[in-house]
Design a protein around this ligand. Structure first.
Ligand SMILES: Nc1ncnc2c1ncn2[C@@H]1O[C@H](COP(=O)(O)OP(=O)(O)O)[C@@H](O)[C@H]1O
Ligand SMILES: [Mg+2]
Length: 508
């Protein structure tokens, strides 16, 4: 049999910077020579952190996040339970973390990290992250509304109609106003003009929308919209900023927050240029409770996730999914996760046993362990690890005992105060309500009630401030280019650049 220590040390050796995953364990003992680590350059090859509740997934994520920050890489983490906020504060000099370091034969140096606390639309502590309905796009919105294929396609038609008629969909009341209009007698002819959209589906979408409005959608959708470049910052000392999206307050709306996470990822995808292989990623994105993203998703939605994950790697972004078992992740996505950190699985019920077998089958064969046995016997903060080496080769599975985070394992003291003190709070703290579809449709209905009915299919009457732009639109090349520079012109151009998930495409 191969000698464990040197075999692991060789397989995991790296020339460049690394993220430490602790030391290998063999025959019940830590083997100091068996250094387990992920090359920083391989962090864009994505990863999976899996395991039953309480096995150490979140602390693993915390430890990786802080090492990335220290290496100057920006990090985004979804803090579903609020237990990652401790990233901002140094850990305790004595206690579980220090004990773990001594087991691994390393020094324990407590440290806090530069953290930006975010929240969805200001629900709970954190700088509010908002998206406009239009930018969110029909597919992601369809996912939140738990729409089926037909409903999702219908939403797509409604978005195109809004683009065409220059009805800005900023918040949910805009979409609601538009759907209400299409369902009304006034809107009937318009509805018929949008081939393939049925009044019945509009009704279903309207009802779903009301549910979403109460379920956090009211807060999430609107302006000012979060600018994705704010996730890609470094602190003055050169460390990467950890953006910590605090989700505890919206825990009971998993469809909302999981889709919002996908929106952020898709925004990154749309905004970042191709970067090729870098010596370290620009950002690593951790998607906690990842199964929620895939549950009940349409084929089109799953395809869009798969494509985003596949292509975002060459833009310098690594994505780590955090979930209970690998089976939560669709095979086409799982196949792209080069770095695997599998914490303990339970094997109580027949279903558990089936999961266990399925998980074992996703790992390479091991010369050192019986994997089914290993996966059920791993201690807290231990994992079965296989990663991509610097040369891109999968490493042998190793039972790793992971280091504890240098930051605090318990939540931070005052997330709310920290968020309010941030410069981002000045930028995003207050909601603004610009003129949008709701006002435009209301004005139109009022005008129709007063005077002769508006001719069916006519574009909405331009507002005074848009008159000039509208006039310009009637002229030659020069005036057209002037029109395209105008606010309305810009709005019009946006409709042709809806990308992945039907989102608006943009550049940083
Ligand atoms: N690497 C580690 N070193 C020391 N203790 C750990 C480590 N990982 C986890 N723990 C302990 O286990 C507890 C549960 O871990 P956690 O990451 O919250 O589990 P999960 O996210 O899988 O539910 C933590 O609060 C901590 O006390
Ligand atoms: Mg957890």
């Amino acid at each position: 049999m191969t000698d464990f220590g040197p075999a692991i040390a060789t397989a995991y050796r790296a020339e460049g910077a690394v993220i430490s995953l602790g030391r290998g364990v063999h025959e019940g003992a830590v083997v100091p020579e068996a250094v387990v680590q992920i090359p920083l350059a391989m962090m864009n090859r994505h990863g999976l952190v899996a395991g039953a509740t309480g096995t150490g997934k979140t602390k693993t994520l915390q430890g990786i996040a802080e090492q990335l920050s220290a290496a100057g890489v920006a990090v985004f983490v979804a803090d579903v339970k609020g237990d990652l906020s401790g990233l901002a504060a140094p850990g305790e000099q004595t206690g579980a973390a220090a004990k773990r370091a001594s087991e691994l034969g390393t020094a324990y140096t407590p440290a806090g990290f530069p953290v930006e606390f975010l929240s969805l639309g200001g629900l709970g502590p954190g700088v509010p992250v908002r998206a406009t309905v239009s930018d969110f796009g029909p597919q992601l919105l369809g996912k939140v509304l738990q729409a089926n294929d037909t409903q999702e396609q219908s939403l797509d038609l409604v978005f195109h109609y809004a683009d065409e008629k220059q009805l800005p969909l900023l918040d949910l009341s805009d979409l609601r106003a538009l759907l209400t209009f299409l369902a009304s007698d006034d809107g009937k002819a318009e509805l018929e003009g949008i081939g393939g959209l049925s009044g019945q589906t509009v009704g279903v979408l309207l009802r779903a929308l009301i549910g979403l409005q109460d379920g956090g959608g009211e807060e999430l959708f609107g302006e000012p919209m979060f600018q994705i470049a704010d996730l890609l910052r470094t602190a003055p000392d050169g460390r990467g900023i950890v953006s910590c999206l605090e989700l505890a307050a919206v825990q009971e709306h998993p469809e909302l927050f999981s889709t919002a996470l996908m929106w952020l990822l898709a925004e990154l995808f749309e905004a970042l240029p191709e970067a090729g292989d870098l010596d370290r990623p620009k950002l690593v994105f951790f998607l906690d409770e990842a199964h929620l993203l895939f549950d009940g998703a349409t084929k089109a939605f799953l395809d869009a996730i798969e494509r985003t994950v596949r292509l975002i790697r060459s833009k310098g972004v690594g994505v780590f999914f955090v979930t209970q078992t690998p089976k939560d992740v669709p095979p086409a996505v799982l196949a792209q996760l080069g770095n695997r950190i599998q914490h303990a699985l339970r094997a109580f019920t027949p279903d558990d046993a089936k999961d266990l077998r399925a998980t074992v089958s996703t790992f390479p064969k091991s010369e050192f362990y019986d994997l089914a046995e290993l996966l059920t016997q791993l201690g807290i903060g231990e994992a079965a690890v296989t990663i991509l080496s610097e040369s891109g080769v999968p490493t042998p599975v190793v039972h790793a005992r992971l280091p504890a985070p240098a930051s605090r394992m318990a939540p931070a003291d005052d997330v709310d105060a920290a968020a309010k003190a941030s410069p981002l709070h000045a930028k995003y703290g207050t909601r603004v309500d610009s003129e949008s579809a709701r006002e435009k449709l209301a004005a139109r209905t009022a005008a129709a009630a007063q005077a002769a009915p508006t001719p069916v299919g006519a574009p909405p009457e331009p507002e005074p401030e848009h008159k000039e732009a509208a006039k310009a639109a009637g002229g030659g090349v020069e005036t057209v280019s002037k029109f395209l520079q105008s606010r309305q012109g810009k709005q019009l151009q946006r409709q042709v650049v809806r990308g992945v998930f039907g989102m608006l495409k943009k550049r940083l």
